[in-house]
Design a protein around this ligand. Sequence first.
Ligand code: B12
Ligand code: SF4
Length: 574
Amino acid sequence: MGRPDLVLLHAPSVYDFRRRFAMYGPISDVIPSTPIFEMYPLGFVSIVGYLEARGYNTRIVNLAVKMLRDREFDVERTISKLDPLAFGIDLHWMVHASGSLDIAEIVKRYHPETPIIVGGLSATYYHEEIIKGFPQVDYILRGDSTERPLLHLLEDIEAGREPEGVENLTWRSGDGRIRVNPLSHVPESLDDLGLDYGDMVSLVVRHRSLEENLPYEGFMDYPFTALLTCKGCLYNCVTCGGSRFAYRKFFNRDKPAFKSPERLLEEVLAVSEYFDAPIFLLGDLRQGGERYAEMILRGIGREGVDNTLTLELFTPASRSFLEAIAGSCERFALEISPETHDDAVRRLQGRPYSSSELERTVEEAMRLDCEKFDVFFMVGIPGQTVDSTLESVEYSKRLLERFGRGGRLHTFIAPMAPFLDPGSLAFEYPARHGYRRLYSSLREHRDALLQPCWKLILNYETRWMTRDQIAEATYKAMMRMNEVKMEMGVIEREVGERVAEGLALAWEIMCRIDAVNTLDEEDSKKAYEELRLKVERSAKWTEYSKRELRPQARAGVRLRGALKHLIRTHLRRR
Ligand code: B12
Ligand code: SF4
């Protein structure tokens, strides 16, 4: 097996979530992860592929998944036994502001001499605060693509050199000075940064652990095999920390970089070889231009990929684009996030298209036998009131009435939670976009994550809704959406009733937490203990609603075939 050069650790959002009382509510309702956000960044896969191809032995340990799966799993013991040249920890999403830094502290305690590197979009945004305020972190690799600088950093660490020339690096030199190397590695081509799921399965085989490599808890039941088509974005949704504005200002990327159609096709084929689950192409293909999208779809059609193809639409799509999708594969699914039914509110959010354009897209997609069409609405956007939020649910009902026959259309509503993204237009210019920012620094966000209720973790309120109103609008809207789905037969009544009960209980707990917060420490501790079981119950019931996110046909993981293949290639490499 050999000593790994780099161990990549993924932390839970809050380190001691197994002991601590918290009601995280709906903060991860529309993604595969649990509220602990156990999914690691796709970048882990490209880092592993890049370094392994250059002779560096890497290992991923998804601590969050291991902690979720085993309440007794001993994090400190596991960390103490690892002995790499360096540790890497992602601080990509702000939701890990607490967990990632706590894990770094534990690693430092057991391995004071081993360098700790953090990276990701949030680490990039807060690099100066981290290097000044968190001594457990030695290096921050900034930017949206760190594979090459990471290789150079490892070479310097191995050689005992100061990393003067490592691009994108923030660090402390031997004399204690803080150094910020230029953020100059911003590649225009992504073809070197492959996402080969085969690399992951090789790690599983080599380290004889499936669990530590799992991208998230439910992966084996509900595999979400995603491929990045680009880095950056052409759009400027005002609440998004991955917008054109944010990439330009904080990640030094002027325009999006795209994976070439040839490379993407190779990745699609590799995934298809291991899994029969849907393949999610992240990022709207049309961002790369009509020709780019056409080349990818044609290639997929030519190769006869039999997985369902899931595509994201950032804006409504033309008939010809939808026909091109339908013509390229046996089955396709779509996702779009109009966020609201109200065109004026959507414009304030930075998505200037109309609901009638959305409807035309849904209609056309249904006509072309789209297997599943997910439409997402959001609570907490500019110009939105409690009433407007609830009207979006009634609009969903109208959509379901018109296009929902056959159960292929699915509508969802969830809060923008727990955070308004740092680096987004609304975070940077809150007053201009009608926001009040409640936490600004990394440390404030880190502390916020330790609050007992998701409403108190929220880092914003708007001119139109306070945090209380955002929470109220959320529960009312989710309850009504659940009723609509039962009425329309989108979900079974039995499931809907459980979800309704879970939501009602969650709302009740949230109000109870407000009251408990006014008690003294001793009494509040006792009250939280009493609430704990209720929280677990409500989470279990509301969890049922997440099943609707899963692909239409039950997708299994063709593990046997995949493993056979990988064991063969792994043995060949050795
Ligand atoms: C794809 C995507 C997802 C996918 C995740 C796929 C995945 N596993 O990575 C899904 C849909 C599941 C998702 C979920 C979430 N997302 Co998201 N997502 C995106 C999106 C659209 C693209 C991300 C991207 O391009 N990544 C590519 C690059 C940047 O990252 P990467 O290759 O994975 O990693 C490289 C670098 O980041 C860095 N790096 C990362 N980690 C590390 C670690 C080390 C040690 C080093 C050295 C380097 C390093 O090096 C990597 C290799 O080059 C962006 C929007 C955008 N336009 O950017 C939002 C975005 C990243 N997501 C965001 C958010 C908020 C979330 C959620 C928290 C939302 C929620 N509440 O549910 C969850 C968190 C999920 C979890 N961890 O469990 C915000 C993040 C803002 C912030 N600073 O926190 C963004 C910016 C915008 C948005 N609001 O959607 N997301
Ligand atoms: S939310 Fe808007 S700005 Fe952000 S990645 Fe999606 S389309 Fe781009």
